[in-house]
Design a protein around this ligand. Structure first.
Ligand SMILES: [Zn+2]
Length: 267
């Protein structure tokens, strides 16, 4: 058994309204301390070191103008925050990455993918299909050519998966649909236990909370493709993870605090 470790890397910030994105509107009366104004959320990717192969979960968001002009106004990526720039600071080039696995193919999870020239690019077959043929409601999320821009994955070859699949020793992907049609989570075995990179299938840790007044066993998110699948994906991961510390969310503000003192997980 290899000693895999996980390094969360934040690639920028996207401001979102908690009651539009993080939580379903029905939760609103029961939430405490949720701001009514937009909150800038980080956009994490995860570098997995110590294995047979060097693996990256997602490649993160775009530069400021692209994020701002086509996606969420007020988004930003500070100089040096792009994924390839941060890998460089750690002593890696994008060409050194063997596998990039994408939780899903929304714009903020896959920018700069073309720089990973030697990597096997992995996504769920349902996600790959929808990313290439979205309905107009999702043109922005997947940067459809109708917007007059070149989408990040244009011309690239992907390896698609389905069901639960081991993508390298100690790393499994499993289906967590709902936020997007083919969303997957990535489970990584470390000396410390198994962590789950949950992408956007759990938007904030508060999605794990019960709301007894409504008979809710979780607090559903506000942004989804299919709320039934999204609900079940949260249930599945709540049961599968040792505890919520082992759930690594792409947009988790608390993770930003944690990495200040603990930059590498699984040691
Ligand atoms: Zn996202």
């Amino acid at each position: 058994m290899k000693n895999l470790t996980i390094r969360p890397i934040n690639t920028g910030y996207v401001p979102t309204h908690p009651l539009q994105y993080h939580y379903h509107f029905s939760c609103a009366p029961y939430l405490k301390g949720v701001p009514s104004e937009k909150v800038p959320l980080p956009v994490f990717t995860f570098l997995v070191e110590g294995g047979d192969k060097l693996l990256l979960v997602d490649t993160g968001m775009a530069w400021t103008e692209r994020a701002n002009d086509y996606h969420h106004p007020g988004s930003w990526q500070e100089p040096g925050m792009a994924i390839h720039e941060q890998l460089e600071k750690l002593g890696y080039k994008p060409e050194d990455i063997d596998i990039v696995v994408f939780t899903h193919l929304h714009w903020d999870h896959m920018f700069y993918v073309e720089k990973f020239k030697n990597a096997t690019l992995i996504a769920h077959e349902r996600e790959w299909e929808f990313a290439n043929n979205p309905i107009p409601l999702y043109y922005k999320s997947y940067e459809h050519p109708a917007l007059g821009i070149t989408r990040p994955f244009e011309g690239l070859e992907f390896t698609t998966v389905s069901g639960e699949t081991e993508i390298m020793p100690g790393v499994r992907v499993f289906e967590t649909f709902g936020h997007s049609p083919g969303h997957i989570s990535v489970e990584i075995d470390t000396k410390n236990g198994s962590y789950i990179c949950a992408g956007d299938s759990i938007f904030v840790k508060g999605n794990l909370n019960e709301i007894p007044e409504l008979h809710y066993n979780i607090s559903p998110p506000g942004r989804y493709y299919n709320i039934v699948e999204a609900w079940k994906s949260i249930e599945i991961q709540k049961a599968r993870a040792k505890n919520s510390d082992f759930l690594l969310l792409c947009h988790d503000k608390d993770l930003e605090e944690l990495v200040k003192t603990t930059p590498v997980l699984g040691l």
